[in-house]
Design a protein. Structure first.
Length: 413
């Protein structure tokens, strides 16, 4: 059974937490003790209805303010697929939380309040979705019950969003009219929306093809561990263990080890202690090579005919996540997959306005939640791909050397 990771985003009070609660409630993914706790917490509501938003708004501050602050992760499954949901906060001061939650998502659900149409926060979240190159987009037009389930309201929002999405290069967009509060078109098709003949939300989440999201062209295997038992029975055993992040490897393939540039041929491929003829992303494997080469954690094994860039100077879009400002000349550890190197922020070219995509070339530092274009120089060469082409080998993080805290998320250009 495959796994779909998706994130929900949208303006404050658009109903993200309620929609997730409805999805879990109507698909019978709530435990009895959770249900009892919900009923207890919802007792004071005037209409006596269960407040489904409480399922994801776990922090006390969130419940008191009626907003989402942290990224809440929820896990559920149906007979067709497993799911991990990230409920991202809508406020601009939590941009870093959204970037974190969206970084490995296959799909984003952008909620739009049918009464307010496309607002500034909708645009900002769409821009972040495009920067993070999320493959599938669902625009859920919520609170249709408050606009009398009007088809005209729905159509006008679709036209408005489609115009904006075209400028961002968003693709594979699906529009669904819903009411999270009433449960319309979430798990069951609604009789209140007879004019809508597209897929309802859960059906779409179960059916959307994610196999093509895995790149099988660019073969990349970051080495996580070198297995060298040096026992009597395994005296000559030398295996390079790691997870194939993209591509396919076969016995006999000519490979290059980066950043050193040494080359060899795959002698054997091992999965779970068994020898196989080929392996592909996202399998975890042990590769054995024909030659004894100096390979260590962080090196990348790639096929000769399709190699990434190897450089010491990276051009990145960077989301800053620390309360201390980012300044030119600051030094950090940069980690991409299993490779960690020392680095320096050589230049901050501009700050990107995530509401308008305007570039401010006068600002040469970044504060919390800012997104900037920067040049980073690393102490040693780094194998990488552009984030647009291969997300799994184009994303990196900056780590504070003294506190070990992740302070920045990088999308290599």
């Amino acid at each position: 059974m495959d796994l779909l990771r998706f994130i929900t985003a949208g303006s404050v009070d658009d109903g993200k937490s309620t929609m997730i609660g409805r999805l879990l409630y109507d698909s019978k993914n709530i435990l009895i003790d959770q249900m009892e706790a919900l009923e207890k917490q919802s007792r004071n509501k005037e209409d006596g209805e269960i407040d489904l938003a409480l399922l994801t708004d776990g922090l006390r501050a969130e419940r008191e303010q009626g907003i989402t602050i942290d990224v809440a992760y929820k896990y559920f499954s149906t007979p067709k697929r497993k799911f991990i949901i990230a409920d991202a906060p809508g406020h601009i001061q939590y941009t870093r939380n959204m970037v974190t939650g969206a970084s490995n998502a296959n799909l984003i659900i952008i909620l739009v309040d049918a009464r307010n149409a496309v607002v500034e926060q909708t645009r900002r979240h769409s821009i972040i979705a495009s920067l993070l190159n999320i493959p599938h987009v669902v625009v859920a037009i919520n609170k249709m019950d408050l606009v009398d389930y009007s088809q005209d309201v729905f159509n006008n929002i679709v036209i408005d969003f489609a115009k904006f999405a075209k400028t961002l290069g968003l693709h594979d967009i699906t529009y669904i009219p819903i009411s999270a509060l009433k449960g319309d078109n979430i798990v069951e098709r609604s009789a209140n929306l007879p004019w809508y003949d597209g897929e309802i939300l859960l059906d779409l989440l179960e059916k959307i093809p994610i196999e093509k999201d895995i790149n099988l062209t660019h073969a990349r295997l970051p080495v996580q561990y070198v297995i060298r038992p040096q026992t009597d029975e395994l005296h000559d055993y030398r295996g390079y263990a790691g997870k194939i992040i993209s591509g396919i490897y076969k016995k006999g393939d000519a490979v290059t080890i980066l950043p050193s540039g040494a080359s060899s041929v795959i002698k054997e491929i091992e999965i779970g202690g068994k020898i196989v003829e080929e392996a592909f992303a996202p399998q975890s494997v042990v590769l054995h090579l024909e030659d004894d080469i100096d390979i260590s954690r962080g090196d990348v094994i790639v096929k000769n005919n399709n190699q990434p860039q190897v450089n010491q100077e990276l051009e990145v879009l960077l989301c800053w996540m620390d309360s201390k400002p980012l300044k030119q000349g600051n030094k950090y550890l940069l980690q991409i997959n299993s490779r960690t190197v020392r680095s320096v922020v050589k230049e901050i070219e501009y700050k990107l306005d995530v509401n308008t995509l305007e570039k401010n070339y006068e600002l040469h530092q970044a504060g919390l939640n800012d997104i900037v274009k920067a040049i980073i120089k690393t102490a040693s060469p780094l194998p990488y791909d552009s984030y647009k082409e291969l997300r799994v080998n184009g994303g990196a993080v900056l780590i504070d050397e003294t506190s070990n805290v992740t302070v920045g998320a990088c999308m290599i250009q």
